[in-house]
Design a protein around this ligand. Structure first.
Ligand code: ADP
Ligand code: UDP
Length: 242
C-alpha cells in the first residue's frame, strides 16, 4: 500500500491518500491537545499506543458485527482504513458522570447514570464543538434520519460490547466519543479511533484516571498510563506490577 499525498492533518492524526481511492492511511501522532486546542503538548509513544489499542478494539468490535473502517496495521503508528465521507457529529456515550456533563447537570463526578446516555456534538472547532440535538442534526441535514438511527444504535451496542471488554481488564468505561462516516456504498461505518485520547477509563479498584484526563488535569504519569492501558488491552500481566 503506497502512501500518497496528505489529505488532512488534525490534532492527533494525519490522513494520507493511497494508490487505492477507497483506502486511506491513518497515522497516529504523539501530539496531544485539550480544551479545544488551547492546551498543547506531546505524550511520548502515544501514536504507537493509540494505533495498537484502536486496531485491537476495532478487530474486537468487528467480531461483534460492528462495521469499522479498520483494515490493517502497517507500522507502529499507522493503519489503513476505509475512506469514509465523515458525518460531522461527535457521538458521546456516558455510563458514569464526568467531564462536560458535570457543567450541564446536577450530577457529581462518579455518579453512575441510570442508563447509558447518548449525546451529540457538532464537529466544528471554530464553534467549540457545541452540543446539538437529534432535531438539529436532521434540520441541518448532517445525516439522514435512517443514518442517525443506525449510528445511535451502533453507539449503544459498541458501549455494551466495550463495557464488558474493559470490565474484564479491571477498567470502568466512564464515557467515550465516536465518529461515524459512510463508505462508497452508503453504509454507516465506525471511523476515527478508540483510545485513551477519546475515552475516559477509571481503574475499577482505585478509580484512578487512566486516560487523557491525566494530561488535561496535569496528573502526571501520562506516558506510563497510556502504556499501562495498551498492556491491559492485550491482557498482559499489569495488575500485580502496580
Ligand atoms: P481533529 O480533526 O479533531 O483534529 P484528528 O487529528 O483525529 O482529529 O484527525 C482525524 C480526522 O480524520 C478527523 O477529522 C476524522 O473525522 C477524520 N476521519 C477519521 N476516520 C476517517 C475515515 N475513515 N475517512 C475519512 N476521514 C476520517
Ligand atoms: N471527547 C473526545 N473528543 C472531543 C470531545 C470529547 O474524544 O473533542 C471524549 C472525551 O475524551 C470523553 C468524552 O468524549 O471521553 C466526553 O467528553 P466531554 O463531553 O466530557 O468533554 P471534555 O470535558 O472531555 O472536553
Amino acid at each position: 500500500m503506497e502512501r500518497k499525498s496528505k489529505l488532512y492533518e488534525g490534532k492527533a492524526k494525519i490522513l494520507y491518500e493511497t494508490d487505492d481511492p477507497t483506502v486511506l492511511l491513518q497515522q497516529f501522532k504523539d501530539d496531544a491537545t485539550a480544551f479545544n486546542g488551547k492546551k498543547k503538548g506531546t505524550i511520548a509513544n502515544k501514536g504507537y499506543v493509540n494505533n495498537q489499542i484502536s486496531a485491537h478494539l476495532y478487530r474486537y468490535l468487528a467480531s461483534y458485527f460492528i462495521p469499522t473502517h479498520f483494515l490493517d496495521v502497517i507500522s507502529d503508528t499507522e493503519m489503513t482504513v476505509t475512506n469514509l465521507q465523515m458525518i460531522p457529529v461527535e457521538v458521546v456515550v456516558r455510563n458514569i458522570a464526568a467531564g462536560s456533563l458535570l457543567k450541564r447537570s446536577d450530577h457529581k463526578e462518579g455518579d453512575v447514570l441510570p442508563a447509558p446516555l447518548l449525546e451529540y456534538f457538532l464537529k466544528d472547532d471554530a464553534k467549540n464543538d457545541p452540543q446539538i440535538t437529534r432535531e438539529d442534526i436532521l434540520e441541518h441535514e448532517l445525516c439522514s434520519e435512517e443514518d442517525l438511527e443506525t449510528l445511535s444504535r451502533m453507539a449503544l451496542k459498541i458501549n455494551a460490547v466495550m463495557k464488558s471488554f474493559w470490565q474484564r481488564r479491571n477498567i470502568k468505561l466512564v464515557d467515550f466519543k465516536l465518529e461515524f462516516g459512510k463508505n462508497k456504498d452508503g453504509k454507516v461505518i465506525l471511523g476515527d479511533e478508540i483510545s485513551p485520547d477519546t475515552c475516559r477509563f477509571w481503574d475499577a479498584t482505585t478509580d484512578e484516571k487512566m486516560d487523557k484526563d491525566r494530561f488535561r488535569q496535569d496528573l502526571g504519569q501520562v506516558e506510563e498510563t497510556y502504556e499501562n492501558m495498551r498492556r491491559r488491552v492485550f491482557m498482559e500481566d499489569v495488575f500485580e506490577s502496580e
